[in-house]
Design a protein around this ligand. Structure first.
Ligand code: 0XW
Ligand code: MG
Length: 369
């Protein structure tokens, strides 16, 4: 099975409700990039990468497409057999840019799964469950309203909530955390996500002012070094998200003991294959983590769910997919759906998503024949 052609498509994914608000940025529509890898024996594999705007991480949609333009010509004619060899080939074309390579990694696993007749979860080591928990992300908003949505989402079955804070005064952040806790109590696990926005001082004060509330503190400050200084000065467990820019950052955070868990993004870590390494490092140290991406449609959602199904359930902080914030699906027959706060793991061979023909329009780039 050799690669004959690579088509690159784009789709705009507008945010339901208008704005997704985080400390680091407000976004209104996300620009997703899809790669379609066509083989000489007529199989088609799909991958996707969709940064949540250009500010959240050092990634952006045009950057992904520029990186794909460097990589794609060198992949034409390659055998889809060894994922490692394909990764090596991509590294020989371009240094870094894992978030673009991730789209290819997903497409290669999709093809290999179809060829072998197994779902991608099997290629990642094997599923431990046939459905995985999701979590709901509450955007930065007024305390009362945030608490009301939190209570609704718990009623809808979500076992975990992420409360976004920062980018405003401390009083509102503290009030939001208290109101959400009063509204949901122990009915859901809570993460409080600063999205890099708090100073060290503000993180310490928020920790003290919410002392009795059980939550994990996600990416409170901008850098790994700032977050490291919080260790021993705050009482809430600390999770890293944005700072885990690659596998090495995860290894460093684990070995320095500065993270109690992680919010992982599949494309930021360079794809599903690279994620299996950090997943296993976390298993060695009993560290919890989520299986998310920053944004994206059903292909990214499926990738997150396949990966999440391979994580020991007691350490799985859920899969975050953008479904609650976007309209429609790529594959009407097999959409990735959150039901009762959980997501069924696709059982079809490959990634389990076949976008409707023509739904992305004409390719923005084509490589090969
Ligand atoms: C909740 N998310 C997974 C979606 C947005 O990309 C932000 C992100 C996070 O945890 O920071
Ligand atoms: Mg986060």
């Amino acid at each position: 099975m050799r690669i004959d052609r690579i088509n690159v498509y784009t789709i705009q994914l507008p945010v339901k409700g208008g704005t997704y608000r985080m400390a680091s940025d407000d976004v209104g529509a996300l620009d997703s990039t899809l790669v379609q890898v066509v083989t000489n024996d007529g199989l088609t594999g799909w991958g996707e990468t969709c940064p949540i705007g250009p500010v959240y991480q050092p990634h952006h949609a045009l950057g992904a497409r520029a990186a794909i333009a460097e990589i794609a010509p060198g992949l034409i004619g390659s055998e889809i057999a060894s994922i490692r060899l394909l990764a090596k080939r991509m590294d020989e074309r371009l240094n870094g840019h894992g978030y673009a390579k991730a789209a290819f990694d997903i497409a290669f696993l999709d093809l290999l799964g179809q060829r072998l007749g197994v779902p991608v979860s099997t290629l990642l080591g094997g599923a431990l469950a046939d459905r995985v928990p999701a979590y709901y992300s509450l955007i930065v908003g007024p305390p009362e309203e945030t608490a009301r949505i939190a209570a609704d989402k718990v009623k809808a079955g979500y076992p975990r909530l992420q409360v976004k804070i920062s980018g405003r005064n401390l009083e509102e952040d503290v009030a939001t955390v208290h109101k959400v806790w009063e509204a949901v109590g122990y009915k859901a696990r809570i993460a409080v996500d600063g999205n890099r926005g708090l100073t060290i001082a503000a993180a310490i004060l928020l920790d003290r002012l919410c002392q009795a509330i059980p939550f994990v503190f996600e990416q409170p400050c901008n850098t790994i070094d700032e977050v490291a200084t919080l260790k021993g000065r705050v009482t809430h467990p600390i999770y890293l998200d944005e700072n885990t820019e690659d596998q090495n950052a995860v290894l460093r955070a684990i070995s320095l003991g500065i993270a109690d868990g992680f919010g992982f993004k599949v494309t930021r870590l360079g794809g599903l294959t690279k994620m299996t390494t950090v997943r296993d490092l976390c298993a060695i140290r009993s560290l919890p983590h989520s299986c998310d991406d920053a944004w994206g449609g059903d292909i990214i959602a499926a990738a997150c769910v396949h990966l999440a199904s391979t994580v020991e359930p007691r350490r799985l902080e859920g899969a975050w997919i953008a479904q609650e914030y976007i309209e429609g699906h790529f594959d009407a027959k097999n959409p990735i759906l959150i039901e009762n706060g959980h997501i069924a793991v696709p059982q079809l061979p490959g990634i389990g998503i076949k976008p409707e023909p023509g739904m992305f329009g004409e390719p923005v780039a084509t490589y090969g024949s």
